[in-house]
Design a protein around this ligand. Structure first.
Ligand code: HEM
Length: 459
């Protein structure tokens, strides 16, 4: 699709843009204009690392989901050309709904006199997640406790799995959205500490979540969370062909969700270091220091998960494996249920671009493709890292989650005024039930006409 918004400059192809993703040459396309941000990278208030990971592509939707649209003016004199084509869906710019929503939220922060990233109370859940991780680890691998209380280490394994999930929902999630403090140093510390404990690499998470899921929520083939193979182990969307085993997906998928950690460990390193592509999202050449950190993550993971319990605490490899299987299954299932309950059901929107690759209003789609639950329940809010206010999170990922409960009614009011459907269900269990219904419905054999027209639509 041709992009016609830029007025002047050299005509740049996607291939040329793709080759500009290093610290020596960093270009990025926003709204059809290509900017050279090589020198700006060191001054980017969001840090050099985030910027270099996200350049060398049409980053319009991602950029606008994270910044005030006026921020682009800072780059005006760095324009080097216009992009002649794009491979990602395009949203209309600054609709009246978006303007109203931004205005209402800005007024709220003005009224309370706080910056949206200023929330010192967030230190409490961060401390709880790290603290629980280490205490449960100690209980899992204490010879004394294992001898005296046979079941306690296994309970600790579940708590360890929970703490792992909470580490993802608090320090990792907040760091990769830059939503706690205004310091790239703090974000990097939080995410790197998480990676050392989890053996995963948040560089992949930034691609999957910040560059893929947020700008293109529920847009099949662009949102990695609903990026279906054909065939796949799951059928989330009508555009996938139907196979008879999908009739069982509402049963077999939950045990598979519990394996998410294993599948991430086995895939992510390959995607990052070899394939350099995460579900269709290209990964730029890694800065040298990212290789260094990758080594640190892997070494500390092996030290914590194998060397210490085996060599120093004298547990058998079999016991270590089984106890981690319990812990990781709980961790995986917990996260998958929260994530899937938020977006994968029949109630929310599944937006798709039209034949010209154009989408409807981004902010409207963010609200309509999200499912909130249990508003007002502090327990659910704590246990889900505020993801029960999913629509708020999607509209304002850079605002601290601490403010979501206060922002939800303000946003709901603006939605009502613009006739935008804001979905809220009563509890996390209702959200899970809606997800199960989606699995069951997508597992049913479509009638031939429907299947035929869907495959044609895909072509
Ligand atoms: C294509 C990639 C990106 C470009 C071109 C870009 C560009 C910019 C620009 C022009 C500004 C405004 C600077 C100013 O007002 O002086 C800015 C600010 C900022 N950026 Fe980015 N950015 C990108 C990616 C990211 C990412 C991935 C993150 C974090 C996840 C991020 C976080 C921030 C933050 C936190 C600010 C400060 C905003 C504030 O104080 O409210 N940026 N960026």
């Amino acid at each position: 699709m041709a992009v016609t918004t830029a007025k002047s400059g050299e005509r740049i192809t996607l291939e040329q843009l793709r080759s500009a993703g290093t610290s020596d040459k960093a270009w990025v396309a926003i709204r059809g204009k290509v900017y050279d941000v090589t020198e700006f990278a060191d001054r980017h208030p969001g840090g050099k690392d985030f910027l270099l990971a996200t350049v060398a592509r049409d980053a319009t939707a991602m950029f606008e989901s994270l910044h005030d649209p006026k921020a682009i003016k800072v780059l005006a004199k760095r324009q080097v050309g216009t992009l002649v084509e794009t491979n990602v869906p395009q949203y209309p710019q600054e609709t009246p709904f978006q303007q109203d929503i931004r205005k209402s939220v800005a007024e709220y922060f003005k009224r309370i006199g706080k910056h949206p990233r200023e929330a010192p109370w967030m230190l409490l859940p961060y401390a709880i997640s790290f603290g629980t991780y280490f205490v449960s680890y100690f209980v899992m691998f204490s010879q004394k406790i294992s001898r005296e209380y046979t079941t306690l280490p296994w309970i600790a394994a579940l708590v360890h799995g929970w703490s792992h999930a909470i580490l993802g929902l608090y320090p990792l999630h907040d760091a990769t959205h830059a939503s706690f403090t205004r310091s790239p140093l703090v974000w990097n510390f939080m995410r790197r500490f998480h990676d050392m404990l989890s053996g995963l690499n948040s560089h992949i998470w930034i691609h999957e979540h910040v560059m893929g899921h947020h700008p293109f929520t529920n847009v099949v083939d662009h949102d990695p969370d609903v990026f279906p193979g054909n065939p796949d182990i799951v059928r989330f969307h009508e555009s996938q062909s139907w196979w008879s085993y999908y009739s069982w997906q509402s049963y077999y998928l939950y045990p598979l969700y519990a394996q998410m950690a294993w599948s991430r460990w086995s895939n992510e390193w390959y995607q990052l270091l070899v394939a350099r592509n995460y579900k269709g999202i290209p990964i730029n050449p890694l800065q040298l220091k990212e290789y260094f950190w990758t080594g640190i993550y892997l070494l500390s993971f092996i030290l914590i998960h194998i060397v210490i319990p085996y060599y120093f605490l004298h547990f058998s490899l079999l016991r270590i494996f089984v106890i981690y299987t319990c812990s990781n299954s709980f961790w995986s299932l917990y996260l998958m249920l929260v994530f899937q309950g938020n977006h994968v059901n029949d109630e929310v929107a599944w937006p798709q671009p039209d034949e010209n690759n154009q989408m409807e209003d981004w902010a409207k789609l963010q609200v309509e493709s999200s499912m909130d639950f249990a508003h007002g329940s502090w327990l659910t809010t704590f246990m889900t890292g505020s993801l029960n206010y999913q629509a708020v999170h999607h509209l304002f990922p850079y605002v601290s989650q601490y403010y979501y409960p206060a922002l939800a009614p303000i946003i709901q009011e603006v939605c009502a005024k613009h006739d935008v459907k804001y979905h809220v269900t009563g509890s996390v269990f209702e959200a899970m039930a809606l997800h199960t219904t989606r699995l069951a419905n997508m597992g049913k054999e479509p009638d031939n006409a429907e299947q035929f027209s869907m495959s044609k639509a895909k072509l």
